[in-house]
Write a protein that binds this ligand. Structure first.
Ligand code: SF4
Length: 306
């Protein structure tokens, strides 16, 4: 069966089941095209929070689907491939957060949404790359435990210099942004396309952040690309975003590092999405006690953002 046929079947099934399909901007193009909404973590968390649909098919990695499940206790949350797991989220087990809190009792704990539910339950508030600065600024504490991404901690510390940002773990990272996107590759692209504006994600290494025209979440990049009169952009993030940017800005050119691929995000496919809807599985669940805490800290973040 071709993609178009499968997409039509998925759309019919989703309508029949009152399901909404949410997809992260790093998903493969055919998944982005079949989704009701494509966005970054914050955008998708808000959509999951507000949806009236009875079922959510979440095409993203584990921690995103868990957040959707925690926010919607009475609804069914499905994930096409349950093995789509973010390695960065796995770098911060709950126990590490508990120990850091014991060591720094006066600190507030801000966790990036890219953490597993059991760790989130230990946070005071969550953040995404889009609102991390605003979240940290909103807290009265001078000292902030911030995890799990060391590069996002660097980004926040630079913009909130009156607070002490303590990364937990000390060196958490996104394998794509830290290892697969290097400054020399971007410099090369800049030599080839001297007029292009560099948009970088805050999960990128500090040397890239410091040389970028703009450091933004993926949704921030999409907005900036729309707003600016520039016709060419170098985009330092997972390559999947380029599909969305090109679709939304047909008159502009976007250059990405083609090898910056998150294999975890790419585990979903149309076949798996169709099978998940058809069989109503795999269902994403979060234990009740943890889900309640995740809901509280997610709502604190969303209330600052909405
Ligand atoms: S791009 Fe990085 S942070 Fe995002 S899911 Fe993949 S490994 Fe995790």
């Amino acid at each position: 069966m071709g993609n178009a046929q499968l997409q039509a079947k998925i759309r019919d099934l989703a309508k029949e089941m009152d399901a909404v399909i949410l997809a992260h901007s790093y998903q493969v193009p055919e998944i982005q095209d079949v989704a009701d909404f494509v966005g970054d973590s914050l955008d998708l968390a808000m959509k999951a929070y507000r949806t009236k649909a009875q079922c959510i098919l979440f095409c993203g990695v584990d921690f995103m689907a868990e957040t959707a499940a925690a926010l919607n206790p009475g609804k069914t949350v499905l994930i096409p491939d349950p093995n789509s797991r973010c390695p960065m989220a796995g770098m911060l087990p709950r126990q590490a957060v508990v120990e850091a809190k014991k060591k720094h009792p006066s600190a507030a704990t801000v966790l990036y949404v890219n953490t597993l539910a059991e760790a989130k339950a230990e946070a005071d508030i969550l953040c995404t790359s889009a609102n991390a600065v605003r979240v940290v600024q909103s807290l009265p504490n001078k000292r902030i435990l911030f995890g799990p991404d060391e590069n996002l901690a660097y980004y926040v510390a630079k913009r909130v210099p009156d607070k002490e940002i303590i990364p937990i773990p000390e060196h958490g990272y996104c394998v794509v942004h830290k290892n697969l996107i290097q400054k020399w590759q971007l410099d090369l692209l800049k030599t080839e396309h001297p007029k292009a504006v560099l948009l970088a994600h805050p999960e990128c290494n500090p040397d890239i952040q410091d040389s970028a025209g703009f450091v933004l979440s993926t949704n921030g990049m999409a907005e900036k690309a729309r707003e600016l009169p520039a016709k060419e952009f170098i985009v330092a993030t997972e390559e999947g975003l380029a599909y969305r940017l090109r679709k939304e800005n047909p008159g502009k050119k976007f250059y990405v590092i083609e090898t910056a691929v998150c294999v975890q995000m790419k585990k979903h496919s149309l076949e798996k999405a169709y099978n998940a809807l058809k069989s109503k599985s795999p269902v994403v669940t979060v234990p009740k006690g943890i889900a309640e805490k995740v809901r509280t800290v997610t709502e604190r973040m969303l209330n600052l953002t909405i």
